[in-house]
Write a new protein. Structure first.
Length: 144
C-alpha cells in the first residue's frame, strides 16, 4: 500500500530518510518533513508492506530553472528510498509513479531529478525509470 504522508507521519518519514541522508539528524528530518507535508507545492508518499513503512518518495514543484527542462513548474523528485531488504520488487517505481501523477495533476508536463555523480545505483534507477541524462551533474527529465 502507498499513502500520502500527513503531519502524523513526519517521524516515520524521518526514520526512513535518516538511513539515506545520514548527514542529518532524526530531529532535523522530522522538522523538515513536517514543513514539507504542510506545503501545497510538495508531497511525500510512503510505501507500506504488512502495515510497516518501508520506503518513501518526496517530490515538489520547482519554479526556478531545472536543468534540461523547457517548462515551469517542473515536478522534481527530491528523494526516494526503499529499505534494502525490500529493494528490486518494484516499490520505488510505484512511489515514483505516484509522484509523477501528483505533478501531472499540478499541471506539470515534465518531471526531473538528480543524483550524485558517484551514486551509480541511483543513476541506474533513474535511467530504468525512463529519465534521460541531460548533464554530467546528472540531472534527469522525462515527459509525464
Amino acid at each position: 500500500m502507498i499513502k500520502r504522508a500527513t503531519e502524523i507521519d513526519a517521524l516515520a518519514l524521518a526514520k526512513l530518510a535518516v538511513q539515506m541522508w545520514s548527514n542529518h539528524t532524526l530531529s532535523e528530518l522530522e522538522s523538515d518533513f513536517a514543513e514539507i507535508i504542510s506545503n501545497e507545492n510538495a508531497v511525500c508518499f510512503m510505501k507500506y508492506v504488512e502495515g510497516k513503512p518501508i520506503g518513501f518518495a518526496q517530490c515538489q514543484l520547482r519554479y526556478d530553472y531545472v536543468e534540461g527542462t523547457q517548462t515551469s513548474p517542473v515536478g522534481y523528485l527530491e528523494g526516494i528510498f526503499i529499505q534494502e531488504e525490500y529493494r528490486h520488487k518494484g516499490f520505488a517505481k510505484e512511489l515514483l509513479q505516484k509522484c509523477e501523477k501528483w505533478a501531472n495533476d499540478k499541471a506539470c508536463s515534465e518531471f526531473a531529478s538528480d543524483c550524485e555523480l558517484n551514486n551509480i545505483d541511483s543513476l541506474k534507477f533513474h535511467l530504468a525509470m525512463g529519465f534521460e541524462e541531460v548533464n554530467r551533474i546528472i540531472c534527469f527529465r522525462k515527459e509525464i
